[in-house]
Ligand binder design. Structure first.
Ligand code: URA
Length: 209
């Protein structure tokens, strides 16, 4: 059974409060989201295995530790997921980045993929799907399904804020996917916004409102 990891580090929580504040403008919002993503990357990668490597310091030779050849793929869901990519790349610079774009079909209300460009070896990578606002969970669950259809096996989901409804939806379809989140908020309103949330993450990142 997959877990929900709430990342309650004081730096993450402090920065998240600034991100939520309606008075935080796009420039600061972008910088803070990037910083939180970097801090979250630290926790999301905590289970990466280490291997012994020999290192020569200026005064001795020692057996030190290095990450054991992990291949990572970051998969932001367009558009708001892009805001967390650079922060994660600061800590995992060798990660490859794939992009998934989805829209909701107005008749079926089902998510439809309109863009998908993935690393070619997706089945060998540890994938981190990035969706800052896990609202209904429909897009994240669909994106994960698309990745699995293309052979992906190891998938984690990273969000800034989740609604309980979104967590339930993702785990209903993907009970092998751990979710890493800075906060689980109260509920979704009738317009699909997370309450109290932070508003529309894409609009706040890119100043489109
Ligand atoms: N997407 C957002 O950007 N904000 C929400 O509150 C819900 C979905």
């Amino acid at each position: 059974m997959a877990k929900v990891h709430i990342l309650d580090h004081p730096l993450i929580q402090h920065k998240l409060s600034l991100i939520r504040d309606e008075n935080t403008g796009s420039k600061d919002f972008r910088e803070l989201v990037e910083e939180v993503a970097m801090l979250m990357a630290y926790e999301v990668t905590r289970d990466f295995p280490l291997q012994d490597v020999e290192v020569k310091t200026p005064v001795a030779t020692m057996t030190a530790k290095a990450i054991a050849g992990r291949k990572v793929g970051l998969i932001p869901i367009l558009r708001a997921g892009l805001g967390m990519v650079d922060g994660m790349l600061r800590l995992i610079p060798t990660a490859k980045v794939g992009h998934v774009g989805l829209y909701r079909d107005p008749e079926t209300l089902k998510p439809v993929e309109y863009y998908c460009k993935l690393p070619t070896d997706v089945e060998e990578r540890d994938l981190i799907v990035i969706d800052p606002m896990l609202a209904t969970g429909g897009s994240a669950a669909a994106a994960i399904t698309f990745l699995k259809d293309r052979g992906a096996k190891n998938i984690k989901l990273m969000c800034l804020i989740a609604a309980p409804e979104g967590i339930k939806e993702v785990h209903t379809y993907h009970d092998d996917v751990d979710i890493f989140v800075a906060a689980v908020d109260d509920y979704l309103n009738d317009h699909g916004y997370i309450i109290p949330g932070l508003g529309d993450a894409g609009d706040r990142l890119y100043g489109t409102k």
